[in-house]
Design a protein around this ligand. Structure first.
Ligand SMILES: Nc1nc2c(c(=O)[nH]1)N(C=O)[C@@H](CNc1ccc(C(=O)N[C@@H](CCC(=O)O)C(=O)O)cc1)CN2
Ligand SMILES: Nc1ncnc2c1ncn2[C@@H]1O[C@H](COP(=O)(O)OP(=O)(O)OP(=O)(O)O)[C@@H](O)[C@H]1O
Length: 179
């Protein structure tokens, strides 16, 4: 199946699943043991039926680590990760996103909590198709990449292009999938 068909199917699956009021996605040891004071964890604000990393954000702040959120201005542009704190508020961006204010400090993430449309058991990731995260992963190859997703977003096998960067793991409401 091609990427676009998989996107359409899995987004619909995700919408249906969220309507059943699933259990929350809880941070597991694989994530918690990486937290240190001062490190930067890039989270995201979900749109629509995307999985919500809000419980991860809380553990980041409790550990004395810093939060960042992605900021984009267009499909062609790159992600900038901008420092963010829940007290800072958010501004409306493209694609229905809520993002940090554009003049927030640019930071280098140590951990990237990553939204996704679909994943497979080899930790391949299918995103929105703009290549924003694939390019961010190329920019920050040393960051630990944890996908956040509902279990129904798992597919048998994703097609993989040369630029696709696999995740190190995926946290779902049923536990963590690791490479
Ligand atoms: N919550 C969230 N933030 C994110 C992303 C994401 O996937 N989710 N991104 C990931 O790269 C970046 C923003 N890039 C995006 C690129 C394209 C579309 C997009 O095409 N959205 C579709 C709607 C998708 C749907 O139906 O769920 C659209 O606007 O038609 C969205 C975000 C950074 N921030
Ligand atoms: N490192 C990169 N440098 C330049 N272009 C890239 C890079 N990674 C991906 N792209 C471009 O991004 C586009 C989208 O790729 P793809 O369909 O695989 O998106 P995706 O897996 O849904 O990714 P994402 O969530 O990152 O948007 C492709 O046209 C690809 O050429």
């Amino acid at each position: 199946m091609n990427k676009q068909t998989l996107r359409t199917r899995t987004r619909a699956e995700r919408d249906r699943f969220v309507a059943t009021d699933p259990a929350p996605i809880i941070p597991q040891d694989a994530f918690l043991q990486r937290l240190r004071p001062g490190i930067v964890v890039a989270s995201y604000r979900p749109v629509g039926s995307e999985a919500d990393p809000v419980l991860f954000d809380a553990t980041v702040l409790a550990a004395g680590a810093e939060l960042a959120l992605p900021h984009v201005t267009s499909r062609e542009g790159r992600i900038r990760f901008l420092a963010w704190h829940p007290d800072h508020g958010l501004a409306k961006g493209p694609f229905g996103l809520h993002q940090p204010h554009a003049d927030s400090a640019v930071v280098t993430p140590d951990i990237i909590l990553t939204p996704l449309v679909a994943f497979d058991l080899s930790c391949n990731r299918l995103g929105q198709g703009a290549g924003h995260y694939d390019r961010a992963f190329a920019d920050f190859p040393d960051a630990w990449r944890l996908g956040i997703a509902w279990s129904v977003q798992q597919v048998e096998k994703l097609p993989v292009d040369p630029w696709d960067v696999p995740l190190h793991g995926i946290a779902t409401e049923r536990g963590v999938v690791r490479r």
